[in-house]
Write a protein that binds this ligand. Structure first.
Ligand SMILES: [Fe+2]
Length: 309
């Protein structure tokens, strides 16, 4: 355990996640405090900063200290091409609740699948920061599953098998799991072709390994489709067992930051037509792909012929 001097950490789960006290983001975070926050993020994977009354500019400025930010996919948020995504059930233009049959609520339903942000992009997100501005009185929690704990619980043989495989993640596939209609435009589909991802990733700062999968994970490269789906579904069932999960019940003005390389997350339902949920998210871009092109070729070449049957 890291010994912190400028912040105080309050663990929220036996295996990961902590609330961080002693930080006023709007008031300014000096470099020494920021270094401790980064260390806490690496250690706990999910960190909660309570009572942070931030506006959009404050959130962007703090997020950028962790690295360059992703811009959102076109058409998925009110401010297209911005660094922020609006999440919840309130239309930012009219400040009214979006009805459940409105196609824009599809995003909310998709967020209720276990996932890791942006794993459908060639370089998945490093971190996400979600700011709760209005939260429903019940429901609407965000659940996090520790992919380090899920990795540690595997037998060595299973860990080795995962290290040898490559999954393909595809946004169009994961959206098809919840969409009633084909609501993606051709432009959005063209923007998100399938991408390869390693099934195990390692944090270079502390050497901790984690399972890297998500509802975006579509198939195992080089495997028969049905066999790959069965494998990925079983892996998801293992990885999201309750003992690996922390459920965050939101308080207004919580800022929650998570490591997409170390946890999966999902939103929980709430009474959509009755209560307001207003959240704003920024996303810190990843540094590099989870697997190099030549390593994909090496792994595919090593697959036993039987695997493809
Ligand atoms: Fe997400």
């Amino acid at each position: 355990m890291t010994d912190f001097k400028r912040i105080r950490t309050e663990p929220l789960h036996p295996l990961f996640a902590a609330r961080i006290h002693g930080v006023d983001i709007k008031g300014g975070v000096d470099d020494a405090t920021f270094a401790e926050i980064e260390a806490a993020f690496d250690e706990y994977s999910v960190v909660v900063f309570p009572n942070q009354k931030l506006d959009d500019a404050d959130l962007i400025a703090f997020s950028e200290r962790f690295g360059p930010l992703e811009t959102m996919l076109k058409g998925f948020n009110a401010k297209s091409d911005s660094y922020l995504a609006y999440i919840g059930n309130v239309d930012p233009k009219t400040d009214t609740i979006i009805r459940t049959d409105d196609p824009r609520m599809q995003r909310q339903y998709s967020n209720e699948l276990w996932h890791t942000d942006s794993s459908f992009k060639p370089v998945g997100a490093k971190a996400s920061l979600l700011h709760g501005r209005e939260v429903p009185p019940s429901g609407g929690e965000t659940s996090f599953a520790s992919m380090r704990a899920a990795y540690d619980a595997l037998k060595p043989g299973q860990q080795a098998e995962l290290e040898s495989l490559v999954a393909e993640h595809w946004f169009v596939y994961s959206r098809s799991l919840t969409a009633k209609d084909d609501f993606l435009t051709e432009e959005q589909k063209a923007e998100t072709p399938p991408v390869p991802q390693a099934l195990i990733v390692e944090n270079p700062r502390n050497g901790r390994k984690a399972i890297y999968t998500a509802s975006h994970a579509y198939r195992i490269l080089g495997w028969d489709m049905a066999k790959g789906r069965e494998f990925l579904d079983a892996l998801m069932a293992h990885a999201t067992q309750e003992q690996f999960v922390y459920h965050h019940a939101w308080r207004p003005w919580d800022l929650v930051m998570w490591d997409n390389r170390a946890v999966q997350h999902r939103g929980n339902a709430f009474d959509y037509n009755r209560h307001r949920r207003v959240m704003v998210r920024s996303t810190v871009a990843g540094d590099a792909p989870t697997i190099a092109t030549d390593e994909i070729a090496r792994r595919l070449a090593r697959l036993p012929a039987a695997a493809a049957e």
